[in-house]
Design a protein around this ligand. Structure first.
Ligand code: S3P
Length: 283
């Protein structure tokens, strides 16, 4: 239906006593037509996003192509040049992009991504990556526990003891059974409890990130949020604790990714590829 040219309409009295069409009615009619167009375009756009995913999948192309997003942003900036309501339109496009990422994430992972590994292996960093690339919600276990308890992790250890903290971890994992397609960034000690591993595997794929003790030391050197490392910042201690935990980490893992010397993007792509192989979507 073409747009009604409301700016040219002359309001006329209706002689038959029917309700006359006011300019406000026309404006509302036009707005409703805009919404129809937006809705159709969005539905079509989402279908195309899925088609692009299918194409990439069947042609073994990388799922993530960040240069495309940059290209679209440049296009939008150019098109909005000199127009009104620039920030409002930009915010709509941001939301469209975020939802495209969500569509991709749901299609790729019908489960939670559970990141495990020693302190400093990059669980938080990789959670941020999945949040940026796929708009997935992140459950940062330490952060949530600290917020709920109203104190930092070192304070929880000091006031209530480690066992209390470990119980908080188990409770949170059980709670996560009701979530889907989120990234769960586990504290380094989480997989030490068999019960925790059972819980995380119920609706998650477990991704073990690893790094050499020397790499870990570099990464945690200036950090003071880890009570277990605070007075033990040396390779010998890190290696010993790592050796003690290795069997449990490996037993819990569905996939294992080495992080030393790799960029965030390389690690991210490797995780996606390994999961797709595991899900039987890639050879
Ligand atoms: C711990 C790791 C920490 C935190 C707490 C205990 C551990 O989490 O849960 O300090 O036992 O390895 P990160 O691995 O996120 O540093």
């Amino acid at each position: 239906m073409p747009f009604l040219p409301y700016h040219t309409i002359q309001l006329t009295a209706d002689v038959k006593g029917e309700r006359k069409l006011t300019q406000l009615d026309l404006l509302r009619e036009n707005l409703a037509q805009c919404d129809e167009i937006i809705l159709d375009a969005l539905l079509m756009r989402n279908r195309i996003v899925e088609d692009i995913m299918s194409y990439k999948e069947s042609n073994d192309l990388p799922i993530l192509q960040p240069e495309q997003e940059a290209k679209q942003q440049k296009w939008l900036q150019g098109r909005l040049d000199g127009k009104r309501h620039v920030s409002e339109v930009q915010s709509v496009f941001q939301s469209i992009n975020k939802n495209s990422k969500r569509i991709q994430a749901r299609r790729l992972f019908h489960y939670n991504l559970v990141l495990i590994g020693f302190m400093g292996v990059g669980k938080t960093t990789m959670s941020d990556y999945f949040n940026t690339m796929f708009a997935m919600d992140v459950i940062e276990m330490d952060q949530i526990i600290a917020r709920r308890e109203g104190m930092s992790i070192p304070d929880i250890f000091e006031v209530h003891g480690e066992e209390y903290f470990r119980n908080c971890e188990t409770e949170l994992l059980v709670e996560m059974q009701s979530r889907n397609n989120v990234v769960i960034s586990c504290g380094g000690g989480v997989p030490m409890r068999e019960r925790n591993v059972t819980e995380m595997k119920k609706n998650g794929r477990v991704i073990l990130l690893t790094a050499e003790p020397e790499t870990i030391l570099e990464r945690v050197r200036d950090d003071h949020s880890r009570p277990l490392l605070e007075d033990n910042k040396n390779v010998a201690f890190i290696r010993a604790l790592m050796d003690k935990r290795r069997d449990k980490y490996e037993a819990a893992a569905d996939i294992i990714i080495k992080t030393d010397g790799k960029s965030i993007q390389q690690i991210g792509e490797e995780i996606i590829l390994q999961l797709r192989i595991m899900d039987g979507l890639r050879a």
